[in-house]
Ligand binder design. Sequence first.
Ligand code: GLP
Length: 270
Amino acid sequence: MEVIIAKDRQELAEIAAGIIREQIRRKPNSVLGLATGSTPEDTYKRLIRYHKEEGLDFSKVVTFNLDEYLGLPKDHDQSYWYFMHDRLFNHVNINPSNIHVPDGMAPDPEAFCDWYEEEIERAGGIDLQLLGIGGDGHIAFNEPGSSLASRTRVKALTEQTIKDNAELFFGKDKQHLVPRFAITMGVGTILEARKLLLIAFGKRKASICKKFIEGPVTSMVTASALQLHPNAIVVLDEEAAAELEYKEYYKWVQKMKKEEYQKVLDRLAQ
Ligand code: GLP
């Protein structure tokens, strides 16, 4: 796992958006896995800017979102479908038929989940999956106890997640409005992406970041499954990185990569 520590939220968004821009430039028909929540909002703003100012081209990009609340229609202002259109899709030249967000109103949610898995496969698999992390360590809506081999399915949300999401989006006293279930990609589905990019910022994420990066791999903290992936990048700001035991080492690795590694390669090639 590569851990990059940015000095603040802005730098974090710049690094994350830079990685996604690079992916699209290298492979214009990239399949991107996308995430919702407050964390990726600034990253999406930067991608919109790259589209408007530099012509970053989304016309061949295919997207699959991680999750959606069960029972919320697309046009509900708290649905993830709405979030993604509002924060990104409506502002770039993506082809609407290339967008996939789980359907929270699917009459047979389990059959829908199987279809979603097949669609990912038909698209050739996910090239780059963007992730945030919930307060209890979940990726997508893979709450504690989710199998690390799990596939797209319906999950019941924990009280903590319902509370966190009520505060951030629905409004502090609106817990009763947060759906109790969601359709979510599984941990196993996420681990099949060719590259993972998890981002987190702020003090409230510091203790869970220490757990998933430096603690044991466990289904009780599903983000810890990133330790099993050969190509996972984690970008944190200083606040989210505050409790990491090896914080200075991660910074040193990044510095050495920039300054020293090329020199070593040059010397070896002589
Ligand atoms: C929800 C989403 C996750 C997201 C998490 C964190 O639970 N299902 O994908 O990572 O929220 O949200 P935030 O970025 O607002 O902290």
